[in-house]
Structure formats: structure tokens, C-alpha cells
Design a protein around this ligand. Sequence first.
Ligand code: UDP
Ligand code: MG
Length: 310
Amino acid sequence: MKKITIIIPCYNEERSLPLLYERLNEVREQLPQYAWEFLLVNDGSRDNTLQIMRSLRSRDSQVCYIDLSRNFGKERAMLAGLDFATGDAVIIMDADLQQPPEIIPQMLKLWEEGYEDVYARRLTRKGEPWLRRQMSQLFYKLLQRFTRDDVLRNVGDFRLLDRKCVDALKLLREHERYTKGLFVWIGYKKTEVTYEQQERAQGNSSFGFMRLLTLAVDGITSFSTAPLRISTVIGLIVSLVAFFYMCYVLIKTIILGGDPVQGFPTLIIVMLFLGGVQLLSLGIIGEYLARIFNETKNRPVYLVREKEGV
Ligand code: UDP
Ligand code: MG
């Protein structure tokens, strides 16, 4: 009998979790030909999420949970889930019911047909403010420019992964994780299913503006060194312009004689502009340096306080 693990990272989801469990249960009853494992990862919630997990576990032996020692963020919580999952296929989904569990049978069907990574693409982004949608579109455009890998738009972490993909992802143990990019990086045979994104069942999204911005910067810096190259290109252009201007001034001085000192405003503008470009380039280098620093510390990506059933 093939075993399917469903990984659910949870951060303050005390109210959605019981609802999600009910919905998953219905799916499980439809598909008795599989063995199931509901792997809940408590990512340092500050509410009663852990107690709920415990009570689900006591009622249902197919539920198991991992309690992380603090809030490590969704990306790392997902890695924790992948590390402990034992299924032949793994499905990752959010706890907030924005993703309908009812498309799981469809995913499993495609998996049985031989696809190794069945991702779900959302057709609508209900329950997300306009500005956030625009920002996310801008980010994907940038990312697509910067990277050769095609990070797919409107594809989140909701997907089914074959054991092969899971083992591959477990090898990628970077700290600043951008899992959406990692899914692309590992390759394997992919296909898509589509779904309508729902409103969040309960509570609020824990990804505020700053958190999304950090994720965006992580996404770009961990998948592309293009920003570094942009600094090089700007430097090159500025140097070339300066060189030609120098030639022009030299020749003009020889033929027409020198200028008395003039042009104070232009001088200041050029200085400030170049100063700005230099600081920006330094900042970009700093971003990459910080990443190198964090990775070389070689700390574990997450820590587990308690685990049950895994
Ligand atoms: N999540 C998590 N750790 C965090 C933040 C979020 O495990 O630090 C989980 C959260 O419980 C949910 C999923 O990640 O199951 C997606 O979070 P959310 O719904 O807040 O994000 P959004 O859907 O707005 O992108
Ligand atoms: Mg959500």
C-alpha cells in the first residue's frame, strides 16, 4: 500500500486546524487505497495550536506532529516536514484552507500516471489585497529577468512531490530558503493542476509587507547573482562616459584654452549621484556577503522540541 504524507506548517492556526482536519478526513475516506500520514509542523505558535495537534493525535493515529523550538518561518517548517515525512508521496499545504484539499485526488491521479512534481496553480487570488497582488507581479517579473530558471507565477507551495523530489529537497539545506525556487531547481517531471484560491478560513495572513519583502530579497539573492553584475555594468558605463568626457575636455583645452572654474551645481550633482551608486553597489555586495556569513555558520536549519508519531 502506498503511503501519502500531508505536510502542514502551522503558525497560530488553532482555529483553522480542526476545520482543515475535517476536510482532509473526507478526502482520506474517498481514497482508502492509500495509507495516510498527516504531518503537522508547529512552527512556534503562540496560541493553542500545539494542544489541538495533541488532541488530534490522541483521536487519530494517522496524525503526527513535530513541535519546533521556536518560530523558524514557513520555509524552514516545510523542510522539517520533509525531513520527517515517510510517505511515497508528499503533499504540502497551508493550514488556513486557502487551498482546497478536494483537488488532492486529482494530484494523486497524475502522480500515478508518472509525474513526480504535481504543483497547483491558483487561478484567482481571492482574499489578497490589490497592492499585494501588484507587488507580487512586479517581483515575479524581476525574478524572471534575473534568473534563467522559470519560477512559475501563481504557483505556491501547494503541491505533491514524489519521494525522489523529497530526497532531493532534503539535500538542499540552505538557511535563507526560497522553497518555490528550490522546487524549480531540482527539476523532475512536473505537471500542474489548477484551483480557485479561497479566502483565509480564520485569522490573518502572517506574511506582512516586510516579511514578503524579505522573502523577495531572499528569492532574488539566493537564485541569481545578476544584481552584482548590474553593479559591474553601471560602473563600466560610468567609467566609459567619464573617459570620453576627459578626451573631450583635453582636446578642447588644447585648442580653445582652459575654462576658469565653473559648474559647481553640476559637480555636486555628479558627486552625489556617483556616491549613491557606490553605496547601492556596496549594499548589494553586503546582501550576498551576509548570506555567505549565515551559511558558513553551519547551524541547523531548525530545532525540534517534541515529536509524536514520526
Ligand atoms: N506559517 C508557518 N510559519 C510562519 C508563518 C506561516 O508555518 O512563520 C504557515 C501558516 O500557518 C500557514 C502557511 O504557513 O499554514 C501560510 O501562511 P499564511 O496563510 O499566513 O500566508 P499567505 O497564505 O498569506 O501567503
Ligand atoms: Mg494563507
